[in-house]
Write a protein that binds this ligand. Structure first.
Ligand SMILES: CC(C)(COP(=O)(O)OP(=O)(O)OC[C@H]1O[C@@H](n2cnc3c(N)ncnc32)[C@H](O)[C@@H]1OP(=O)(O)O)[C@@H](O)C(=O)NCCC(=O)NCCS
Length: 212
C-alpha cells in the first residue's frame, strides 16, 4: 500500500501526504486548535492543547512543552527540549509543595526562525528573540535577544548569527515578508549515503556531476 501510494503520488508528495495524515491525528489527539497546518511534531513529544504554533514550526521527539507557549514561524526545537518552570508555588508555609498550587502562568515566546538545540531547557516566561540560537544543553533563564547565540548554564551570549548588519537586514526583510516555502534539510543518513555514492563513482572514474 505504502509503495503503491508512493508510486502514484511521487516521493515528495507522498512525504507531505504522510506528514499531513500523521499531523491530523496528532492535532486531534492533543486537542491542538491553534497550530498552523504546516506545523509538525514528531511522535513522542508532549505538547499542551493551548500551544500556539505558526507556519513550519517543528517540535522534535522527546520535547516537553508546558502551557502558555507560542512558537513563531520556522521555529525548530531539537530533540528533548523542555519549556518548563514557574509551575508550582514555592512560598506557601505549612503546605507541602505538591498541594501548594500554581502561580500565575507566564507566557513563553520563541520568535520566528529561532533554533533551540538538543536537550536545552527554556524556563517559562522567557522570550527567545527572532532568529536566535540556543545551544545544545543550555538552560535559558533570561530573554535571548534576536539573532544572538546563547549557550551554557545559565545561558550566556557566545556569538551572533550574522556578523554583517546587511545580512541581518536581509534576513529581517524575509521574516517580515510572506511565508517562505522550501525544502527540508536531508536526514544525516541520506547525506552520508549520497557522499558514499559520490565517493564510489569517483573511484570508478564515473563522477558525472561536479557540484560546487
Ligand atoms: C550553538 C551552536 C550552533 C554553535 O555552533 P558554532 O557557531 O559552530 O560554535 P563553535 O562550535 O564554533 O563554538 C563556539 C564556542 O561556543 C562553545 N559552544 C558551542 N556549543 C556549545 C554548547 N552546546 N554549550 C556550551 N558551549 C558551546 C564552544 O566551546 C566554543 O567556545 P570557545 O570559543 O571558548 O572555544 C552549536 O554548538 C550547537 O549547540 N548546535 C545545536 C546542535 C543540535 O542540538 N542539533 C540537534 C539536531 S536538530
Amino acid at each position: 500500500m505504502r509503495k503503491l501510494l508512493r508510486r502514484l503520488l511521487g516521493r515528495g508528495k507522498f512525504f507531505y501526504f504522510l506528514r499531513s495524515l500523521r499531523m491530523a491525528w496528532r492535532r486531534f489527539r492533543f486537542g491542538l486548535k491553534n497550530v498552523h497546518p504546516t506545523f509538525y511534531m514528531v511522535a513522542g513529544a508532549q505538547v499542551p492543547s493551548d500551544l500556539v504554533a505558526k507556519e513550519y514550526s517543528f517540535v522534535n521527539v522527546g520535547c516537553v512543552i508546558g502551557a502558555g507557549v507560542e512558537l513563531g514561524r520556522y521555529v525548530m526545537l531539537a530533540p528533548n527540549v523542555g519549556i518548563v518552570g514557574a509551575d508550582h508555588r514555592l512560598d506557601v508555609p505549612g503546605t507541602p509543595i505538591i498541594f501548594a498550587g500554581r502561580p500565575a502562568l507566564k507566557r513563553t515566546v520563541i520568535q520566528d526562525d529561532a533554533w533551540i538545540g538538543f536537550g536545552a531547557i527554556i524556563m517559562q516566561g522567557v522570550t527567545v528573540g527572532r532568529g536566535a540560537i540556543v545551544a545544545a544543553g543550555a538552560i535559558v533563564t533570561k530573554d535571548v535577544p534576536p539573532y544572538e547565540i546563547h549557550a551554557g548554564i545559565p545561558a550566556k551570549k557566545i556569538g551572533e548569527r550574522f556578523s554583517d548588519p546587511e545580512d541581518r537586514r536581509k534576513h529581517d526583510a524575509m521574516l517580515d515578508g510572506p511565508v517562505v516555502h522550501g525544502e527540508f534539510a536531508a536526514l544525516p543518513q541520506e547525506i552520508l549515503e549520497r557522499q558514499r555514492r559520490e565517493a564510489r563513482s569517483e573511484l570508478n572514474g564515473t563522477a558525472g556531476s561536479a557540484r560546487p
